[in-house]
Design a protein around this ligand. Structure first.
Ligand code: F6R
Length: 599
């Protein structure tokens, strides 16, 4: 997964391409490059971030393409950075995805073409060179796209022409319409300050992008695609005075939650309106829900599993998307497969969704991203409405996913007769109180920062939780390891004594979820076990029992079944401040990228 941008218009293309590219660095940042369309193409590319690229102050180019890379084929070097060119240097290509048949195509192109990189991408400009007759670039690119296997979003720029040709297959591309100028990118935040009038390309589309408009072709036929107005403002994709996007997004959680709940919840009547679009009879007779997701979304799935089983009285299993198999002994017609994915573009999750569909199951997407692939492929979509999340580490989208799952569980529980009106009202009351409860935790940031500084140098960090506290423990550990690079693991608290306890020394910090819904009394026994072995301990929530086994205790405001996600906010802040004290690249941790569009 990488980021692509493009511009054609009346202005200097250089600052627009480089700034829109910088907005996409969350997609990858191990090398970057720009091609500017002039009478001769100008190409600047190098290993490192876009900000480290040596670029002129200005240019006379009116068109350009850019790329920020997360390596798949070939290490991050100057040579492997995009754009890649053909033998003449007249055709430049940027690409996101993997071209699976690149070796075969490279062999076919043979010794007549000189390759300068190890990338799969480089076959594309050379193939275009074979088809290019100086007339219609879209024809040449379409002919090449027909030869490519795998996933790709590509943008092609040829010297002396004020147009970009782009093609999409399993990798996102969006066009932004301006006044006499047109933008192209992998994701809307790239150009949202310039245009909020967008068209999402679909798989199989090839588009000619010119200053005054766009022509889109599918299977050789000219087609029209819908234009969508982006609702959020440009500031939503900026740091707004925070040092990092991650910190801003942690603090945005109360607002994100209010957006998720707006117009959907009636706590008085116990009703939820998610505009689900699945027939009531189907939901009533549903035998099983399978959740598929990756990373943080998988942890939200584990949380959702418990809520759905408890509130909607339905059997639920949660699957790491890359390991998903529909499984035997099920009636696919009575199985709803729910894909939880912030980006809506995670290849593993999309693949799981496709195999579920192929088996005959109905599918539902829970996502943050309007127009994303998952929304086009799932039968139904529910948005979490968290607003753009730029930090690579997911924060506000986790809590918004859990809140959306809670609404889903209540809606299903009501439809299935598993939940009385009063029971539903009580859960919805907790949900409505969630933004305020999270705000109370955010207000204690300075205290958690002090703990983070005190323990930042511990050898390892273990997170414990039971029941609803277990996914939160897993999420707490994931957050810490991905941004601080420390050894962090989350455990079901009761499992500790079955092996992991051997890892506990006096150089370890153990953080535990001790809220309602997480069987805190039992977990406190496990805290005692690590305390005896010399580990330092921090607890989030209050358990009845011997509190003296905790070195530090943070109260969690009352939030019913949602209390563990409130505790999670302390863990997010802890991870952030440990990473900050170590000077880590918090918004762009090493080796990671925001949206993982490869399997
Ligand atoms: C962790 C993180 C990743 C994502 C995972 C799935 O902070 O961000 O683990 O949660 O890559 O991404 P989505 O939700 O976009 O499918």
């Amino acid at each position: 997964m990488c980021g692509i941008t493009g511009y054609v218009g009346d202005s200097d293309a250089l600052p627009i391409v480089s700034s829109t590219l910088a907005n996409l660095e969350y997609r990858g940042y191990d090398s970057a490059g720009v091609a500017l369309g002039n009478s001769e193409l100008e190409i600047y590319k190098a290993e490192g971030k876009i900000g480290e690229l040596t670029l002129p102050d200005s240019s006379t180019a009116r068109s350009g393409i850019g790329h920020t890379r997360w390596s798949t084929h070939g290490p991050p070097t100057d040579e492997n950075a995009h754009p890649h060119t053909d033998c003449t240097g007249e055709i430049a290509v940027v690409h996101n995805g993997i071209i699976e048949n690149h070796a075969e195509l490279r062999a076919e192109l043979g010794a007549e073409h000189t390759f300068t990189s190890d990338t799969d991408t480089e076959v594309v400009p050379h193939l275009i060179e074979e088809h290019w007759d100086g007339e219609d670039l879209l024809d040449a690119v379409s002919a090449v796209v027909d030869r490519l296997a795998g996933s790709f979003a590509i943008a092609v720029l040829v010297e002396g022409r004020n147009e970009i040709v782009a093609a999409r297959q399993d990798s996102p591309l969006v066009i932004g319409h301006g006044d006499g100028e047109t933008f192209l990118a992998s994701d809307v935040p790239a150009f949202v300050e310039h245009s909020r009038d967008v068209t999402f390309l679909e798989d199989g589309d090839v588009a000619r992008i010119e200053p005054d408009g766009v022509e889109i072709y599918h299977d050789g036929e000219r087609i029209e695609r819908e234009r969508t107005a982006v609702e959020w403002e440009a500031e939503a994709a900026e740091k707004g005075g925070y040092e990092h996007f991650m910190l801003k997004e942690i603090h945005e959680q109360p607002r994100a939650l209010r957006q998720a709940l707006t117009g959907r919840v009636d706590a008085l009547s116990g009703d939820v309106d998610l505009d689900l679009g699945l027939p009531e009879e189907y939901l009533q007779s549903l035998e099983e829900i399978q959740i598929v997701a990756a990373g943080t979304s998988y942890h939200a799935g584990l949380y959702a599993e418990q809520l759905l089983e408890e509130l909607a009285d339905v059997r639920v299993t949660t699957h790491v998307a890359s390991e998903y198999d529909v499984g035997g002994g099920r009636d696919p017609w009575q199985t709803l497969v729910v894909a939880i994915t912030q980006s809506g573009e995670t290849a593993d999750t999309l693949e799981a969704l496709r195999s579920a569909k192929a088996s005959g199951a109905r599918t539902l997407a829970v996502t943050n991203t309007v127009g994303s692939t998952v929304t086009r492929e799932a039968d139904e979509t529910v948005y979490i409405h968290a607003g753009p999340e730029i930090g690579v580490a997911a924060t506000k989208t986790f809590v918004s996913q859990v809140a959306t799952a809670t609404m889903l569980a209540v809606a299903l529980g009501r439809t299935r007769g598993a939940l009385s009106r009063d029971e539903a009202s009580a859960v919805l009351d907790s949900l409505r109180g969630l933004p305020g409860a999270i705000q109370q935790v955010l207000d204690r940031e300075a205290e958690i920062e002090a703990i983070a500084q005190e323990y930042a140098d511990r050898e390892a960090f273990f997170f414990l939780g039971r029941r609803l506290g277990h996914p939160v423990a897993l999420e707490g550990a994931l957050k810490l390891k991905e941004i601080s690079y420390d050894h962090a693991e989350g455990f079901a608290a009761g499992e500790l004594k079955h092996g992991p306890l051997a890892l506990v020394t006096d150089d370890v910090l153990v953080l535990s979820v001790l809220t309602q819904g997480s069987n805190p009394e039992a977990t406190l026994h496990n805290v005692a076990e690590v305390d005896t072995r010399g580990a330092a301990t921090v607890g989030f929530g209050e358990a009845k029992g011997d509190g003296s086994v905790l070195d530090h205790s943070f109260s969690v405001p009352e939030a019913g079944l949602l209390e563990p996600v409130v505790a999670n906010v302390y863990m997010q802040l802890f991870a952030y401040h440990v990473a900050r004290s170590k000077g880590r690249a918090i918004d762009k941790p090493r080796n990671l990228a925001k949206s993982v569009t490869v399997q």
